[in-house]
Design a protein around this ligand. Structure first.
Ligand code: ADP
Length: 289
């Protein structure tokens, strides 16, 4: 209770305004406490791309469906030793658990819509709390925040050092979503699409090789139920409407690193490490990828 009161005082009017916009008091408070517990308290933000010396990174990955947030956030989390927390994965875990939220979530996700801020924050808080008991610190968030309200809540409870905005041409995005395959046993992500866009009228071409599964996953591949053409197009529309403004939210706070993926994983990973000033870091920990 003492923590709760301190938090209320610290958050002042900003906190009240979130509640006034319709959040249930108790769930917002729980979320705030859990998010704050999972981060180091009141650190100053760092210049873009700088790794903090005294704590683990607190980064966010933004980008359209299929851009590769999970792939690159996952690689960076192994490299930097921080948890990769994907709200999409949390939603899918909840769906497969067949818990009380499952049928409500299936209806939303399979139509390409966003889950309510309140449910997402509840799932995220639960995940952060579990991580905290295991001694986790720092994070790379993937798929959160996806609305301005989520970004405001996150900003109210902790400092985000850096927001990486991954970008890829829409024709490649659609092909990547439709080609995505997941191993139903180990959860590994693969892609059967071979993207070969020819350069035209001065715009460069792009080649992305398929990412085949290892032989032991081949017979267990499944397709996400929301990776059909109709649903993917709806997810793009929802991204543009609800999540594009989150890019501006962080741009105006000078936290946004725009990153245009130049091609497939080998090329893009190297360039991303360079953009993040992590190229040398990876040399020392090449096992991470
Ligand atoms: N932060 C969030 N807010 C609301 N809904 C979310 C959020 N994160 C994930 N979801 C739900 O989970 C689905 C899958 O998310 P994700 O795996 O991140 O997919 P995508 O490939 O569209 O980026 C989304 O379409 C949405 O329904």
């Amino acid at each position: 209770m003492a923590v709760l009161n301190r938090l209320l005082r610290a958050r002042g009017s900003d906190f009240s305004s979130i509640i006034n916009r319709g959040f249930s008091t108790s769930s917002t408070l729980n979320s705030e406490i859990n998010l704050r517990a999972a981060s180091s308290l009141s650190h100053k933000s760092l210049p873009l791309g700088r790794i903090p010396k005294d704590r683990n990174v607190q980064w966010v990955f933004l980008g359209c469906p299929g851009v590769g947030k999970g792939t690159y956030a996952g690689r960076l989390s192994r490299l930097l030793g921080v948890p990769h927390i994907s709200t999409g994965d949390l939603v899918r875990e909840e769906l497969s658990s067949k818990g009380p939220l499952a049928s409500q979530l299936a209806e939303i996700v399979n139509h390409g819509k966003l889950v309510s801020d309140e449910i997402i924050i509840k799932l995220l808080s639960k995940r952060l709390e579990a991580g905290e008991t295991k001694g986790e610190s720092g994070f790379i968030l993937d798929g959160f925040p996806r609305t301005i309200r989520q970004a405001e809540i996150l900003e109210g409870v902790t400092d985000i050092d850096l927001v990486v905005n991954l970008k890829l041409r829409e024709e490649a995005l659609l092909a990547k979503c439709l080609g995505r395959r997941i191993c139903s046993e180990c959860g590994g992500n693969y892609n059967v699409a071979c993207i070969d866009i020819k350069g035209e009228n001065g715009s460069p071409g792009m080649y992305m090789a398929p990412l085949p599964p290892p032989p032991h996953c081949e017979s267990k591949l499944i397709t996400r139920s929301d990776d059909t053409e109709e649903v993917v197009k709806e997810r793009f529309r929802v991204y543009n409407e609800m999540s594009r403004p989150v890019e501006e939210f962080y741009r105006s706070r000078e936290k946004l690193l725009e990153f245009d993926l130049p091609g497939g994983i080998p090329e893009s990973w190297t360039k991303l490490l360079q953009a993040l000033n992590l190229y040398d870091h990876e040399g020392k920990k090449s096992a991470a990828a």
